[in-house]
Design a protein around this ligand. Structure first.
Ligand code: MTE
Ligand code: HPA
Ligand code: MOS
Length: 759
């Protein structure tokens, strides 16, 4: 492997490994700081008749109880609709919904006091099942429908059809740092919030709204998250609002940090999907028409379900040209946590459907699934998605060709067939799956960003931008962009905490667009400073502007050479402005959200992976033996960070589809609310052969340094583990039966599918 000179360490790596990186809970509490704990509903659906907190208030160290009555402004913290109460008023809609908060001297005292509350309720009928919700037209949003071509007539006239149903579960984010906010009241009704959020601006606005303050009175500061994965795009809001209401009421700093079990009970997860489909295909395995209905478990409120469902619909095609498509998405309302953004944002659930169907078609037509997938790929040129966006940058053919060779796919297929013929209990499976993922927020106006770059008189540089750091390396990449633009060493450039008082009206760091948007905005700011320096040097030294070069900490012009510091010193003396703002908005986007048509994505990111598994047909356990990943990050800004993103996303995708199972009991209580019962992959689940390579490519679009967004797309690479397991299961029936395997492919799920295949 060649190591690129741009493979820089994460800007906080030295702090992470030494335990010195500060997270919100590391902020030393100022004198008088109080701690909050939440009372969570014990009922899935009920009217609140009365809340008796006399014993709570009498408990040691308790200062106050905060209820919905303490909210001066609107009692909601939803990102789009107003259907997420901060604290339940007279109705609770899921087990885990916050009803009131206790504010005490310590977190422990607050948590103890919560337990002595007496809440009287009147139970109401609860709905947990999406099928039932759908039958009752219990939706959080109106149904969505995308239609392209005439699926009905294709289905009526085709060689072969297939129909069926399957499902995929949700996923807990399992960020290492749970939800937390620390709020300090300041003079004149102002508040300063430190919170773990992907969306500081939205926290600012929602806190202002619930306290009836101006946004200008609320300052949100966010240095880093211990992971977000989408779970802190909208759902950090409740935590921020409760802490802010308490801090404002008591005029004391208040910290609210959720215990892991409470975090899992309270917050929404990835949406689980139930699918029903009917398809037409020809003898060669070409998918001709797809009718698909997706029942999406939204939970009790809309949250981000609308754009999630939209992204799911816009990823049903994955890497495939399908002539006739009819896709419906129903956001079903159930009495569970309100499901939310999670890495891929519905894209994985949309693409999974077609991958599952093509996997079936391969067995129906007795072919290797890779051949069926390749046959269905978008053409090299001239492809168009069902929602009307041209596919102009298709590299899936070259990428898969390269991976097929480098992974030795065909030879391994033969070896596995031979192995299985001689092994009655352990069966091996293999799958190559591709990914095409659309990059941009599917709400056009979110695709904007701002930055501030300060050059100090010693030549050191501070960059602030609207994006947030959650471990993905955004600050490192943005600092690299600025260092390249100014021709100085990366160590001279420092990224600061995200701060709503520095860059205003920012979008969430989401949709993988962090470096695309903020990198461009920071580059714009650095360019403006550089332009001023060039103007200054060319007039002072009578050199041609075109001859001035910023590289390797030096500035050169015909006949002159200075250090960067010297130039900054001279410019300061000459009263040149040495700081600048910058702005960026993604061009060429348009989207009609009612018709579900347009070009919502600036470009697509691609990838593919070959996974090989061994399944124990007695226990239903599996092991990932080998994974070869090839991912398109364009002209990678930082290959070390990008490979880390690809590895992490792949393993997280594998966890979603295999070991991570969310279970609710009959009363609607999440029973898998701790690491003891909810199993995310461990280091030992990584395969012995784990090859992660970046595909040599340049973005055809003018993105920052021609790179491609990398945060979410590789999560879909996890599909290959699921389909390799399905391949191993199918081997017990000579690959003639489609194993009825639902995701997650837990041992139980695998055993059931094996049983069905054995007949
Ligand atoms: N990587 C780490 N280490 N931690 C995270 O929380 N979130 C993912 C991805 N990679 C995440 C991560 C998600 S959901 C998104 S949208 C992107 O990072 C956001 O960051 P970016 O836009 O800067 O890639
Ligand atoms: N991804 C993440 N968050 C979003 C999106 C998206 O595509 N659209 C609106 N919010
Ligand atoms: Mo990522 S799900 O867009 O935060």
């Amino acid at each position: 492997m060649t190591v690129s000179k741009n493979a820089k360490a994460h800007e906080s790596a030295h702090l992470h490994v030494a335990g010195e990186a500060t997270f919100v809970d590391d902020i030393a509490p100022a004198q008088g700081t109080l701690h909050a704990a939440l009372y969570l509903s014990e009922h899935a659906h009920a009217r609140i008749v009365s809340i008796d907190v006399a014993d709570v208030l009498a408990s040691p160290g308790v200062h106050a109880v905060i209820t919905a009555d303490d909210i001066k402004g609107e009692n909601h913290c939803g990102p789009i609709l107003h259907d997420d109460p901060i604290l339940a008023d007279d109705l609770v809609q899921y087990v885990g919904q916050p009803v009131f908060a206790v504010i005490a001297d310590s977190q422990l005292l607050a948590r103890k006091a919560v337990k002595s509350a007496r809440v009287e309720i009147e139970p109401l009928d609860a709905v947990f099942d999406v099928q039932q919700a759908d039958e009752q037209h219990s939706w959080v949003l109106p149904p969505m429908h995308l239609q392209q071509g005439d699926t009905g007539s294709v289905l009526a006239s085709t060689e072969q059809t297939l129909s069926g149903a399957f499902s995929v579960g949700g996923q807990e984010h399992f960020y290492l740092e749970g939800q937390i906010a620390h709020v300090a009241p300041k003079e004149d009704g102002c508040l300063h919030l430190w919170c773990s959020t992907q969306h500081p601006t939205e926290m600012q606005h929602l806190v202002a709204q619930c306290l009836q303050r101006d946004a200008s009175q609320i300052l949100v500061e966010m240095r880093r998250m211990g992971g977000g994965f989408g779970g802190k795009e909208s759902q950090s809001a409740l935590i921020c609002c409760v802490a802010a209401i308490a801090a404002d009421k008591l005029q004391r700093p208040v910290r609210l940090r959720l215990d892991r079990d409470d975090d899992m009970q309270l917050t929404g997860k990835r949406h689980g999907f139930d699918y029903q489909y009917q398809v037409a295909f020809n003898a060669a395995g070409k998918l001709q028409a797809l009718q698909l209905k997706m029942l999406i478990n939204s939970g009790y409120s809309a949250d981000l379900s609308g754009p999630v469902a939209t992204r799911a619909i816009c990823h049903v095609d994955n890497a495939y040209q399908i002539e006739a498509v009819d896709v419906r998405a129903h956001c079903c309302k159930t009495n569970t946590q309100s499901n939310t953004a999670f890495r891929g944002f519905g894209g994985p659930q949309g693409a999974f459907a077609t991958e599952y169907i093509l996997d079936n078609i391969a067995r129906e037509t007795a072919q290797d699934a890779l051949d069926v997938r390749k046959l269905n790929f978008y053409p090299q040129q001239g492809g168009q998605t069902p929602y009307g966006q041209p596919v102009e940058d298709n590299v899936i053919h070259q990428l898969v060709e390269q991976l097929e060779q480098s992974s030795d796919y065909r030879a391994r297929r033969e070896q596995i067939d031979q192995f299985n013929a001689g092994s009655s209990i352990i069966k091996k499976g293999l799958a190559l799956t591709p990914v095409k993922f659309g990059i941009s927020f599917n709400v056009v106006h979110y695709n904007q960003a701002g930055a501030l770059v300060h050059v100090y008189t010693d030549g050191s540089v501070l960059v602030n931008h609207g994006g947030t750091e959650m471990g993905q390396g955004l600050h490192t990449k943005v600092a690299q962009v600025v260092s390249q633009e100014l021709g100085i060493d990366l160590k001279r450039v420092r990224a600061t905490a995200t701060d709503t008082s520095k860059v205003a009206n920012t979008s969430a760091t989401a949709a993988s667009t962090g470096s695309d948007l903020n990198g461009k905005a920071a580059q714009d700011a650095a360019r403006q400073i550089k332009t001023r320096l060039i103007d200054f040097l060319s007039s002072k030294f009578a050199v041609s502007p075109a001859s001035i070069r910023f590289e390797q900490n030096r500035v050169r012009a015909d006949g002159f050479e200075w250090s960067f510091e010297e130039v900054i010193h001279l410019a300061y003396q000459a009263r040149v402005q040495l700081w600048s703002d910058g702005f960026y908005k993604t061009p060429d986007l348009h989207w009609d959200k009612d018709k579900l048509r347009g070009s919502p994505f600036y470009y697509f990111a691609y990838g593919a992976v070959v996974s090989e598994v061994a399944v124990d047909t007695l226990t239903g356990e599996f092991k990932l033996l080998a994974a070869d990943l090839l991912h398109d990050a364009g002209n990678s800004i930082n290959p070390a960070i990008d490979k880390g993103q690809v590895e992490g996303a792949f393993i997280q995708g594998m966890g979603w589809l295999t070991s991570e199972q969310l279970c609710w009991d009959d009363s609607g209580r999440l029973s898998t609310h701790a690491p003891s019962t909810y199993k995310i992959p461990a280091v030992s689940d990584c395969p012995a052969r784990f090859k992660v390579e970046l595909f040599e490519n340049q973005n055809v679009k003018d993105t920052i340094l021609r790179s491609k967004a990398v945060g979410e797309p590789p999560l879909l690479l996890g599909f290959s583990v699921f389909f390799a397991i399905r391949d191993a299961i199918a081997s017990v029936a000579g690959h003639t039966i489609n194993p009825p395997l639902n995701a997650p492919a837990t041992p139980e799920s695998i055993l059931k599918a094996l049983e069905a295949c054995r007949g």
